[in-house]
Design a protein around this ligand. Structure first.
Ligand code: TYM
Length: 341
């Protein structure tokens, strides 16, 4: 970064593609709330519906999932007064800046993205162009606010590196110090929550097995059942984290316990040393229910008043545009586009 001082500003987003998991909560949402509550940043959080449509979404389901995601943000502790909470498609400047970034980013950069390779797979000829350009829109989400910090789970790291590359190339190409080089914030005990059925795979809404994940909408019995049936091994818990090196499923449960309780993984293992899973799992299930049930109950309450959610999002979009419009205008000016005059 050059000498320009940027306002400490946080941006992050979640796709409203249905099925919010414990991974989204522990890997992202918890940090969003902490950064809001820290009071040292302006915080901006977004439902990235334009990203969601890079793969097929039923229109009615997309509308419902977008409102449900808004309810999740609020129920988990995002205050729409203290943070700006809005829906991406209601702020057209994201898509406008993304077009400029499509012209800055290189095909080779996009082609190297592991999420593109995973999602498009062998059938890339048939994937949408939007899916390929996805990371340029993500860079636009962040840079349209000159955000300096982006809290995410581990799986978004490569996309954030690309965001830095795009900012850097734009600044170099136009010989300006206009876009900040954003810092990823990948912190906490659960930056990569793994599947409950396979400790080598990330917990994901797209896993065909519902037993592999805890959904934020699961009731207490379902959460307890999924944790009871989570894959583990017959060994008791060791007394140090080192002893979990080759036991990814066990490590995952310890990390989840740590993140939910606010302890470090080291503290959890020190307390639980020698326990069998028959003892550890019920304690974890109880803790998970205690933390998740109030959020899902509050989500259901909020979802009963869709008009209120829509009002909150409209107000959030207005506030977001106050920041985005002048940054887009300046970008147009730097690039030599007359559009903003
Ligand atoms: P998305 O919608 O897949 O996930 C939202 C957030 O949840 C985190 N996450 C996890 N963290 C830990 N363990 C898991 N198993 C897990 N699953 C999901 C993700 O890392 C993410 O932080 N491309 C982004 C959305 C996006 C965005 C942005 C993020 C669009 N524009 C700008 C930050 C800044 C995505 O698909 O996240």
């Amino acid at each position: 970064m050059g000498d320009t001082a940027f306002t400490p500003r946080v941006f992050s987003g979640i796709q409203p593609s249905g099925g919010l998991t414990l991974g989204n909560y522990l890997g992202a949402m918890r940090r969003f709330v902490e950064m809001q509550d820290a009071g040292t940043y302006e915080t901006i959080y977004c439902m990235v519906d334009l990203h969601a449509i890079t793969v097929w979404q039923e229109p009615d389901a997309l509308r419902k999932n977008t409102r449900e995601l808004a309810a999740f943000f609020i129920a988990a502790g995002i205050d729409p007064e203290r943070s700006i909470l809005f829906n991406q498609s209601q702020v057209p400047e994201h898509a406008q800046l993304a077009w400029i970034f499509n012209c800055v980013a290189r095909m080779g950069w996009m082609g190297r993205m592991t999420q593109w390779k995973d999602k498009a797979g062998k059938n890339s000829e048939n994937a949408s162009l939007g899916l390929f350009a996805y990371p340029a829109l993500m860079a636009a989400d962040i840079l349209i606010y000159h955000a300096t910090h982006v809290p995410v789970g581990e799986d978004q790291k490569q996309h954030l590196e690309l965001t830095r590359d795009i900012a850097q190339k734009f600044n170099n190409d136009f010989k300006v110090d206009f876009f900040p080089i954003t810092e990823p914030v990948i912190e906490g005990a659960a930056t990569r929550v793994m599947s409950l059925r396979d400790g080598s795979k990330k917990m994901s809404k797209s896993d065909p097995s519902d037993m592999s994940r805890i959904n934020m909408s699961d009731d207490a019995d379902t959460i307890a059942k999924k944790i009871r049936k989570a894959k583990t091994d017959p060994e008791p818990l060791p007394d140090t984290l080192d002893g979990l090196k080759d036991r990814p499923e066990a490590r995952n449960l310890v990390d989840i316990y740590a993140a939910l309780s606010g302890m470090t993984a080291e503290q959890v293992i020190a307390d639980a040393a020698g326990q069998q899973f028959g003892q550890f799992k019920p304690a974890l299930a109880e803790l998970a229910v205690e933390k998740i049930a109030p959020i899902s109950a509050e989500m259901r309450r909020l979802m009963a008043d869709e008009a209120e959610i829509d009002r909150i999002l409209a107000r959030g979009a207005e506030r977001a545009r106050e920041i985005a419009i002048p940054i887009l205008a300046k970008t147009y000016d730097i690039v030599g586009l007359l559009g903003a005059r």
